[in-house]
Structures are given as structure tokens and as C-alpha cells.
Write a protein that binds this ligand. Structure first.
Ligand SMILES: [Zn+2]
Length: 142
């Protein structure tokens, strides 16, 4: 829910900026004839391009965010190999949340149409590492 709320807020801000430009343009322009006045049509087209670009940036940014804490996913690791596909699988890039909430697998090549990236939640990703290096609570030596 938080993930989608954050995306909605970003898209609203991305729509408000060109919307404000368009409102200012509509107030200042003497004759507003879309598709008849070339300068006005060009200005409206530029507003549309700004809105499209900002929306794409929002979606691209959101794709690489943690679904739980909304931080940027880090540590991209390329896995798989085309030459050893039967052993290692298809090439993909794996991103993880540094706080251990999950990982995102992004296919390198979209063979059978557009495949959405696969988010895998991981409960306690770092507990195993921190348990191995942290102090033991039972008082015994390692
Ligand atoms: Zn996270």
C-alpha cells in the first residue's frame, strides 16, 4: 500500500509541474487555438512532453525501489549465463534491499514479451550473517 501511495504521490507531482506550466500558458496566451496557432500548439506539445518524461522517470525510479521501505535497491549482481544456461539459468540482474526486505530479479533479455521484474520478499536476509559474526548470548566460545 505504501509503495503504491508513494508512486501516486510522485505521479501527482509529475503531473502538477506541466499542469502549472499549461495553466500559466493558458493565462498568458492571447489566442488559444490548438492545432491552428503553431506557437501555442508547440508550447502545449512541450508541456505534454515534459509530463510524459517526468511520468516515465517516476515509473523507472519506482521499479528499482524496495516494496517495503521504499529505499533504492542496491548491489546489482549479474547471474546466469547464456553459455551455461542449463546450469546457471538465463542471465538476469539481481538487486537487493540493503535492509534485507527482499530482492528484485530483472531479466536481461525479454524473450517472450515484456516480463515484469520479479520481487521476492526475504524475511531476515541478514540474520544469518549477523548471527555468524555477532556475539553469542549463551556465553560459549566459537
Ligand atoms: Zn527495504
Amino acid at each position: 500500500m505504501r509503495y503504491w501511495s508513494y508512486l501516486s504521490a510522485k505521479l501527482l507531482v509529475a503531473a502538477a509541474i506541466p499542469g502549472g506550466l499549461y495553466a500559466g500558458l493558458a493565462m498568458m496566451w492571447p489566442s488559444r487555438y490548438l492545432a491552428r496557432d503553431l506557437a501555442y500548439t508547440t508550447a502545449v506539445g512541450i508541456c505534454f512532453l515534459i509530463w510524459s518524461g517526468l511520468s516515465c522517470l517516476c515509473l523507472l525510479d519506482q521499479r528499482y525501489r524496495c516494496r517495503v521501505c521504499l529505499r533504492r535497491l542496491r548491489m546489482p549482481i549479474e547471474t546466469g549465463s547464456w553459455s551455461r544456461m542449463l546450469l546457471l539459468g538465463r542471465p538476469r540482474t539481481e538487486y537487493i534491499c540493503t535492509y534485507g526486505h527482499g530482492k528484485l530479479n530483472v531479466e536481461e533479455v525479454q524473450i517472450s514479451g515484456s516480463e515484469p521484474p520479479e520481487w521476492t520478499p526475504q524475511a531476515g536476509m541478514w540474520e544469518e550473517l549477523s548471527a555468524a559474526s555477532g556475539p553469542k548470548t549463551d556465553g560459549t566460545e566459537r
